[in-house]
Design a protein around this ligand. Structure first.
Ligand SMILES: Nc1nc2c(ncn2[C@@H]2O[C@H](COP(=O)(O)OP(=O)(O)O)[C@@H](O)[C@H]2O)c(=O)[nH]1
Ligand SMILES: [Mg+2]
Length: 297
């Protein structure tokens, strides 16, 4: 006994364990950084597969401060070639209340004309707000039951008796894609209630053929590598992990998840930011248009 006391203190060998490389050898998704102009042109000349529908409505949902309004603004900025801020951004970075509470459509413009894409920025989805109300509101908004100008009430879902409820929506009222925005720097998905809500929404809309896309914002905040060089977005292990986690938790396939950096403090547009934003938009529009192809046939 007590022999352990006499054990010679081992000299600690300071051998620096090599830090794991935060970067992958190869990008996990191929991305052409020079495609901005081609994407812009393609989107500017996009015509919908179903002439009965005037424009593609895309509903944008996500937690407060996730970057919903900034994403819509970034799309506009990419087309205008200057920073645009039509959808109001909550500069406080998302307080306890959602800045956007009225359902409102934003048409994307390229300076000359309106493009056939309308984004609807919906209130933030909060985990602890009353049970089903937000889930119902979002589902109703996707299916075109919610009139523009409706002010969402976190405590009560819109009912069919309300004057803002459209009981018989046309194809043009309906959204053909739900874009769920998550911020890369805060995506943990430890909140089961939120995950449950997201699952209910995804299942309900996908039963009616409406796809869901995830746009992951704030990649610059989540990964120092990407903060320094946006082109590392597809080789950053951190970003890849986060994308994988989103896919696993919400059940959206990896191919429907797009990491982006929104314009937030820039004063001029940048080709690399534009390329990612426009690519995400192209995919969203394509996915939404595929729904129209199905409806038409
Ligand atoms: N660094 C960084 N900040 C962002 C990004 N997207 C949004 N933000 C900031 O996050 C805050 C909340 O954004 P906002 O668009 O109002 O979120 P919303 O509540 O989902 O509409 C604002 O201060 C934005 O400037 C991004 O990609 N990177
Ligand atoms: Mg907003």
């Amino acid at each position: 006994m007590g022999s352990s006391n006499s054990k010679p203190v081992q000299q600690e060998v300071h051998q620096a364990t090599p830090k794991p490389n935060p970067e992958l050898d190869k990008p996990w998704r191929k991305f052409d950084w020079g495609q901005k102009e081609a994407l812009k042109e393609k989107l500017e000349n996009f015509s919908l597969s179903f002439q009965d529908v005037k424009d593609i409505k895309i509903l944008v949902a996500g937690q407060i401060g996730a970057g919903k309004s900034s994403f819509i603004n970034s799309i506009n900025s990419a087309f205008q070639g200057r920073i645009s801020a039509r959808a109001l951004v909550d500069a406080a970075g998302g307080g306890s209340r959602s800045f956007t509470r009225n359902l409102k459509g934003f048409t994307i413009r390229n300076g000359k004309k309106s493009l056939p894409f309308v984004f609807k920025d919906i209130m933030g989805l909060e985990a602890d707000a009353l049970a089903g109300s937000q889930t119902d509101d979002i589902i109703n908004a996707v299916f075109g039951h919610v009139k523009d100008g409706y002010k969402f009430n976190v405590e009560q879902a819109l009912t069919h008796k309300d004057q803002h409820y459209t009981s018989d929506p046309t194809l043009s009222d309906q959204a053909f894609c739900l874009v769920y925005i998550v911020a890369a720097d805060t995506v943990h998905f430890t909140d089961d209630k939120l995950i449950d809500k997201l699952k209910i929404i995804r299942q309900t809309i996908s039963d009616k053929g409406i796809p869901q896309v995830i746009v992951m914002t704030k990649v610059d905040e989540a990964c120092p590598l990407v903060n320094k060089d946006l082109r590392k977005i597809y080789t950053s292990k951190k970003i890849k992990e986060k994308i994988q986690m989103c896919s696993d938790k919400i059940g959206v396939p990896l191919s429907n998840i797009f990491p982006v950096k929104n314009y937030h403090d820039e004063i001029d547009t940048e080709d690399d930011i534009d390329a990612l934003i426009l690519k995400a938009l192209e995919q969203i529009v394509q996915i939404a248009d595929d729904v129209l192809v199905d409806i038409k046939s």
